[in-house]
Design a protein around this ligand. Sequence first.
Ligand code: ZN
Length: 166
Amino acid sequence: MTTQPLTVRDGMVVTLDYTLRRENGEIIDTSVGREALEYLQGAGQIIPGLEQALYGMVVGEERRVVVAPEDAYGEVDPEAVHLIPHSAFPPGMEVEPGMVLQVRNQYGEVSQAWVADVQPEGVVLDFNHPLAGMTLYFDAKIVGLRPATPEELIHGHVHGAGGHEH
Ligand code: ZN
């Protein structure tokens, strides 16, 4: 019997340390100093460009991954920016640029938007993901690998050490 090192492939639970930066080097998000990210490879739980780049890596390996917008949060859609009249907001609500709002449409679906501008005619809401249109720079390090349990494979996500949590 030969032992082969575990590698990142479909059906593996990957524990990942990462730092995400913009092109200018500014840190957007990092797991350093917090808990590493645990996800199921091949289940589409992380952005496609990052997931693709991690195939074949082993524990302890580090990789710089550059992800184009189309493999991350998509291009900016100009049609996803809307001017909403002030009357559509609850009276007395303080709306300021940069705020993130949960918006319910006429069909009852909730989506997230951020306030791009506040104008006399209304509030400019941008439904694009805040990272849309951006090339993302990841420093990724594999810190753990294990085969997913059959239950995790069926569910398409990782179950915590405490068992099944939903
Ligand atoms: Zn589950």
